[in-house]
Design a protein around this ligand. Structure first.
Ligand code: AMP
Ligand code: MN
Ligand code: MN
Ligand code: MN
Length: 281
């Protein structure tokens, strides 16, 4: 299904500096061509795509928000926290992300070993063929290999069968602590946004605990409209944002043409009553 909406704001997407399929300049050009005028590039644990994106944004006449999506472990859950409008030269942020990325290669070896144990050989070499930033081997790269080699029909199916939490290729990993990630983003002058909150396996009371803790540690916004939420969830998360005094963000989480459910800017407006996060920058 192609949603019929176009938004001027898209505050979540990826490039080849993490697990996206387009170079930063291509992401920006595609966004501009689709009517996006305020774009945040949010590569996983990585800021190095931003200079190239900025050059393209200036050429295309759109506004680029320097940003990042930080991998976090909160209790046993992996969460993602987007930092919007950060200073990409900030020492605390740069060092923190460096540390967050540093465990990825050893983790990738463990993922490959687990896949080998169920008869899928050479998955690390297979994944590496898709890796575009050697510092950033992600499950998405394994997923692309597993689809291409016929082990599953889509990336979604790969996560359901092999790479999702509790599946045979899953390796538990310790990412940044929530408080650390929020501190790095805040020290870099950024606005911390809890990414796709509907994607975490939490019941209503755990969601409330997360939102309270996130806010108390300096969190400012949550993604309400995202490629990971259904339209029913837009309303739910809009209410929760209001309840916890949090701003609302929106972003496609675009990774590449055909691979992503939402293309850049394919986003309906925020539900009424939301205070948009972009009022802050
Ligand atoms: P990693 O940071 O290596 O754990 O990889 C996480 C990435 O995998 C996410 O940013 C998504 O791009 C992708 N991903 C996670 N879950 C799914 C899913 N169920 N379907 C498709 N892609 C997913
Ligand atoms: Mn991703
Ligand atoms: Mn994410
Ligand atoms: Mn993302």
């Amino acid at each position: 299904m192609t949603p019929g909406y176009r938004s001027e704001h898209d505050l979540h997407c990826h490039s080849t500096r993490s697990d996206g399929m387009l170079a930063p300049r291509e992401v920006v050009a595609r966004a501009a061509g689709r009517g996006v005028s305020v774009l945040a590039l949010t590569d996983h644990d990585e800021l190095t795509g931003l200079p190239e994106a900025r050059v393209s944004a200036e050429a295309a006449g759109i506004r680029l928000i320097d940003a990042v999506e930080v991998s976090v472990t909160w209790y046993q859950h992996t969460l993602h926290v987007v930092g919007l409008h950060v200073d990409p030269a900030n020492e605390a942020l740069v060092r923190g992300l460096e540390r967050t990325r540093s465990g990825r290669s050893a983790r990738a070896e463990r993922i490959a070993a687990r896949l080998a144990a169920i008869g899928i050989e050479s998955a690390l070499d297979g994944a590496r063929a898709y890796v575009t930033n050697p510092d950033l081997v992600s499950r998405t790269h394994f997923a692309r290999f597993l689809v291409e080699s016929g082990h599953a029909s889509s990336t979604q199916a790969v996560f359901d069968r092999y790479l999702g939490d509790g599946k045979p290729g899953y390796v538990a990993h310790q990412w940044a602590a929530l408080g650390e990630a929020l501190r790095w983003i805040c020290e870099a002058g950024g606005i911390p946004v809890l990414a796709h909150p509907g994607r975490y396996k939490l019941d209503d009371s755990a969601r409330a605990r997360l939102l309270a803790e996130f806010r108390d540690l300096g969190g400012r916004a949550i993604e309400v409209v995202t490629g990971s939420h259904t339209p029913d969830e837009y309303g739910y998360w809009a209410r929760r944002a209001r309840e916890f005094g949090l701003l609302a963000s929106m972003g496609s989480d675009f990774h590449g043409p055909r691979e992503s459910y939402r293309d850049l800017g394919d986003l309906p407006p925020l539900p009424s009553g939301c205070v948009p996060v972009w009022t802050q920058f």
